[in-house]
Design a protein around this ligand. Sequence first.
Ligand code: SF4
Ligand code: SF4
Length: 178
Amino acid sequence: MAARVKKVMRPPPRIADWHSAVALLMGFWVTFRHLMVNLFGFSRGRQDFTVYYPEQRFLHAPALRGMPVLVQMEDGRERCVACGLCEWACPTSCITIFPAETDDQVERYPRVFDIDVSRCMFCGLCEEACPEEAIVMSRQVEIAAYSRAGTLWHKDDLLVPVAKLKTRIDYLRANYGR
Ligand code: SF4
Ligand code: SF4
C-alpha cells in the first residue's frame, strides 16, 4: 500500500517588523534596568537578586514539593508494604520495587526500592497513590549528583524516620509563624 503523504501548509517565515524591534528594545531595557539596580544596589549593600548559596537559602513556597522519601517507623522498619501502587502511578516510571515476604508472613516489604531522581518530576502522584502513607513528598531539593549513578536513590537513602519528617505545617509554623 502506498504511503499517504499529508501536505502541511506552513505560514511564510515572519520578516522582522516594528513589533519585533519594540520587543527587542524592551528586552534590552529589562536587562539594563536589572544591571543598574544590581550595580548601584550592591555598592550600597543591597543584594536584591543574588543569593549567596549555600550560606544563604531561599525561603521556599509553602506548597513546594521536594523529592519523594520513604517513611521509616519507630521500630526502624519501612512503612511501605510493597504493594506497587506508587510504581504503577508514577508517570515517568522512575520507581523500581522488588517485594519480599516479611517473617510473620502477614505483609510484604520492599527488598529493593529505588527512585531515579533524575527522572522524577516531583508530581506527587506516588504520594497520592500510596494507601499506607508510606511515601511522602519531602521538602528536600538538594539532590544534585556528579554522576548518573548518583541520581539513583536506594531504599536506605530514601528512608526518613517519621519523627524527622518535615510536613508543610511544620514549615509554615517555622517560617511564617502560623
Ligand atoms: S513524584 Fe511523580 S515522578 Fe516522582 S516518583 Fe513520585 S510519581 Fe514518580
Ligand atoms: S504505594 Fe506505598 S505501600 Fe505501596 S509500594 Fe508504594 S510506597 Fe509502598
